[in-house]
Structures are given as C-alpha cells and as structure tokens.
Write a protein that binds this ligand. Sequence first.
Ligand code: ATP
Ligand code: MG
Length: 369
Amino acid sequence: MQPTTNTPRILIIDDEEVVIDSCTQILKGSGYLVATAMDGTIGLRSVQDFHPDLVFVDLKMPGISGFEVLEKIQEIDATIVSIVITGFATIGSAVDAMKKGAYDFLPKPFTPDEFRMITRRGLERRKLVLETISLRREKELLREQFASIVSHELKAPLSAVQQNLFSLEYELSNALNEEQKEKIERVKVRIDELLKLINSWLRVISVDINKLKDGFKQIPITQPLSSALESMKPFAARKNIEITTAIADDLHPVTGDSISLSEVFVNIIGNAIKYSPENTRVLVKIEETKDSIRVSVKDSGIGISNDDLPHIFDGFYRGKSGQAMAGHGIGLAVSRQITEAHNGSITVESVLGKGTTFVVCLPYEKTGP
Ligand SMILES: Nc1ncnc2c1ncn2[C@@H]1O[C@H](COP(=O)(O)OP(=O)(O)OP(=O)(O)O)[C@@H](O)[C@H]1O
Ligand SMILES: [Mg+2]
C-alpha cells in the first residue's frame, strides 16, 4: 500500500532487537508506516524527522532513559501519543511513566494481539487529540468572527445612527416642540440601551484569557477592591445602602490584572446593591487563608432560588427573582472567566428572600520558608 500523508506513523524505540523485530513483524501489512530506533538519542531524532503519531518507548535502555525520552517527546510535540514498553511492569514505574506523559503501558512479554490492540487504541487516542485541537481552533475562529460581526455590523452602524441623532437634535433644538423632544429622548434611550447590550456581548466573547495573563503583576488586592468600591459608591448611596468593609492586615499580594479584578468586584458589589432593597447593608470582607486571599461580598437582598443557583455564572442567564431589575446576565459570566484566568474561583451561597454571599478566592505566592 502506498503511504499517504494520512497513513498512521508508528515509531518503536527499544534496545532489544527481538522486540523491534517482532513489533515490526506484527504491524506488517496493517497499513501503518513503521520506523524503529535502538536507543533514546536516535529515537528522539526520529521523532523530529519521522513525525510519528504513536511512539512505543522501552523504559529500560542504555544511554538516555525511557523516562527522559518520554519527557522530550512531550516537549517536541505534546500531541504525540506515547506508550511505554516495560519489562518491569510495576505499578510504580507505570504511574511514573504516565506522569511524564505516557498514555498507556505494555508489559513484556506481550502477544501479537495485545500489541495490535494497544496500537489501535493509541492511534485512536491520537486522532481524538488532533480532533479536539481542531475543534478548539474552530470555536476560537467562530468566536472571533462573531465578535467582528457584532462589532462591525451592529455596533458601528448603531453608533452612526446615535451620532446623527445627536446632531439632528442640536440642529432642530429651537424648532422642536415638547412632544417631539420627548420622542427623540426615547429614541436616544433605546439606542443607548442597545449599545450597552452590544458592548456587554463583546465583553463576553472577547475576554481573551491568554492576553489577560500577559499583563499580570504583583498587586495588593485592596487596589482593585478600592477602585470598585469607589465606583459603586453613588449606586449604594441612591438606595441608602451602607457598604461596610472588614479587611485583614498584612495581606499577601496576588498576581493579576488590577483592572480586570476590579471589574469582578464591580460586578458582584453591583449585584449586591442592585438585588437588595433600600436601607440595607452590604459587607465586604477580605481574609487570608493558608494559600489564598478570600474576598466575600454579603448582602441581605432578594436571594437566589436553588433552581437558579447552578446557572447564574452561565452567559446571558438571569435568575427569576431578579428579573424586575435591569440586566443582561453577563456580569457573573465575565467575572468567572476573569477569576479563573487568575487561577482563582468564584462561588455563591444564597437563601431566597434572605440574602446572598459571593466569595472570590485568589491564590497568592508564598514567599520565604
Ligand atoms: N447578589 C445577588 N442577589 C440576588 N440575585 C443575584 C445576585 N447576584 C446575581 N444574582 C442573580 O444572578 C443573575 C446573573 O447575574 P449577572 O450579574 O451575571 O447578570 P445581571 O445582574 O442580570 O446583568 P448584568 O449583565 O447587567 O450584570 C442575575 O440575573 C440575578 O438573578
Ligand atoms: Mg450583574
């Protein structure tokens, strides 16, 4: 059979000639391209030149060890599937090999059927790995395309309409009667709401986690929190809600992006205000646990039902209890994305009619002994 670019490629690295010979023999006529190497160094060169889908590696070889070969294969191409051939099939060595990236192990001696079967499984695995990567890329591409459509086809024309409306209003300012002015005002409000919604969509689909990580710095957690509290002050004042803070001393700094973290706090403190009745209190507390900074925001508001609780972090989801208040169901979805980009977590506890507590945990780096 003529090999094609899709023909599966298998590399066998083993210092025992008899193993190499029998493996090659077993795979003969099965439509695979097979290459062999008698030690780790030659094997790794072959990984670079032959581009295998599946590599069998003997753990015990003279020269560089099978473990080292496994590690290097991962560095060269983490999508290559490696299976360990081992004469000392102890659980320990197999577990160690898996830790170094091996997909499975094959104890010596093995029958031709066992070898054929594990080969098929290994190649199946490789196919799945490649398919997952291409699906992820496709999803990424769709996300970018959607962001670009929303931005160019919706946001830009709507902004132009808004701009024209502003100038029309200015030009006609002396000619319009009260009723006409009111109509224009209503159109302005609707356009403004639409633009806000579009901006929220863009925010959800364009939080690029990896780009966010590029700007990470060591910051005191009080920095993003203070800025969030400052911007939420007027909203709290409007409902006569008192925001109390309890901040522990000598907190470790966290590694992150202050502006994004501030956005997280704006969202959860904003929700606490929005979903609370007037004249209530919101408590913002910062504590330190043995490995993370824990920020909690507790309100005595309308609460969230048990049916809604599992979904509130999903994009565009709005709980039943809060639907009288304006919102798009985006704040928490974005907050979760941002928190997870900081290797942190965001959790919630709530009792319907009683109140809600959101907790953001962010790990800090331990210094010293
Ligand atoms: N503190 C809270 N008390 C009660 N319900 C809350 C609270 N925080 C969030 N929720 C519920 O979770 C849902 C999702 O919250 P999220 O902040 O994502 O969206 P939103 O507030 O509806 O809109 P926006 O996108 O403007 O933030 C809300 O619609 C509300 O039902
Ligand atoms: Mg919200």
